[in-house]
Design a protein around this ligand. Sequence first.
Ligand SMILES: [Zn+2]
Length: 166
Amino acid sequence: MSEIRCIYCQSQNFVKNGIYRRVSDNRKFQRYRCGHCRKSFSEQAFKPDYRLRRRNLDLLIFRLLAGGMAQREIARTVGICRKSVACRVVRFGEYAKVKLKSYRDQMPKADLVLFDEMETFEHTKCKPLTMPIAVEEKNKKDSQLFCRKNRSKRPLGENLQEKIWS
Ligand SMILES: [Zn+2]
């Protein structure tokens, strides 16, 4: 209850204001009314599937995305608009960011961190990338991943170097 804040003014001064039943799956949810701005909101406002009409497709779309299927192909397969898939990609990303932050907050601070580095390329060998990674020594979990664009090792004309990375 203390984590919930008014979605309009971030006030924690609110009271319970009835229950509503969601049409898509007939589940009940608590509504609240803010004592500061007098607007009402529900506990659903903090969920990743807030205001989605076809939330039952989320797991399927996530699995298809994780399997490497293109967004347009997912839209054709599932039978929804291409923009709906793109919208869900953004939602999944925001939800993953929140989950990662809460996971990191639970973990103890690292005592010893090891650094490693790998080189790869993006699209062509003319676009080399360096990927330094910081690994926590105790539980071998990657703490931080950085990515840096390098200049090509091959002698390229100055105009071509600028053109490749622009
Ligand atoms: Zn408010």
